[in-house]
Ligand binder design. Structure first.
Ligand SMILES: Nc1nc2c(c(=O)[nH]1)N[C@H]1C(S)=C(S)[C@@H](COP(=O)(O)O)O[C@H]1N2
Ligand SMILES: [Mo]
Length: 210
């Protein structure tokens, strides 16, 4: 675990410094049971909350040394991170080469300093949605809170002003319209996880339902 964390942080540091070449992707980038799309479908609970940047806040707390509440300016003043990854929705569509820009999860973790007791992270959104992930999955070099997609500010329907991206999990593990990130010393299931979806959500093993 510790080695994996250090390796991820090293890769992330190289990306931050602009030295990392784009990942060499396998010829077969489509996980089992997925089909490729290019129209970036919209999936939500029927609500698209409109949060003006002036009113936007991101609260980060729980088992951390330094809880913070970031407003938009404070969030945008953090080191900015760009990364390109593939996006896999459990409803069987995948879109490749999504260019995300925002703040790396590593940067947020360095800011709040999770305590040794922190094992899981719970994400809450403005539409009542929530999701959960182990801290190790969040501390990967491709995880971020994104405010832009393919060079333009994230539109409301895709979770703007800001959403979480966890490329190695099915997309429901990334909360749109993010409002609160809580570090926990135990796991709590999120919106889809309590409704029969897999808690681990690994696209490469067709890990869709629990
Ligand atoms: N707040 C919030 N986040 C969410 C969802 C949602 O309904 N509300 N849907 C999830 C699901 S199931 C998917 S596939 C992706 C869809 O993101 P998109 O609408 O930008 O394609 O967001 C995830 N994050
Ligand atoms: Mo989804």
């Amino acid at each position: 675990m510790k080695e994996a964390y250090i390796a991820a942080k090293e890769r992330w540091a190289r990306k931050m410094a602009g030295h990392e070449r784009p990942a060499v992707r396998s010829v077969d980038r489509l996980p089992p049971g997925q089909r490729q799309v290019n129209n970036f479908p919209v999936l939500d609970l029927g609500v698209k909350p409109e949060i003006a940047a002036e009113r936007w806040q991101l609260k980060i707390g729980g088992h951390v040394e330094n809880p913070v509440t970031l407003d938009w300016d404070a969030f945008r003043a953090l080191p900015q991170f760009k990364d390109t990854s593939d996006f896999h929705c459990v409803t069987t569509w995948s879109q490749f080469d999504m260019e995300w820009e925002g703040v790396a999860f590593f940067t947020l973790a360095d800011l709040v300093r999770p305590k040794a007791s922190a094992t899981h992270v719970f994400f809450k959104s403005h539409d009542g949605y929530s999701t959960n992930n182990p801290i190790a999955a969040c501390l990967d070099d491709d995880v971020l809170v994104a405010h832009s997609w393919n060079g333009t500010p994230l539109p409301v329907e895709h979770g703007g002003p800001a959403r979480v991206i966890l490329p190695k999990r099915y997309a429901w593990k990334g909360a749109k319209w993010i409002r609160e990130i809580t570090f926990l010393d135990h796991d709590i299931l999120g919106f889809w996880e309590v409704r029969g979806y897999s808690n681990t959500a690994d696209p490469w093993t067709d890990d869709r339902f629990s």
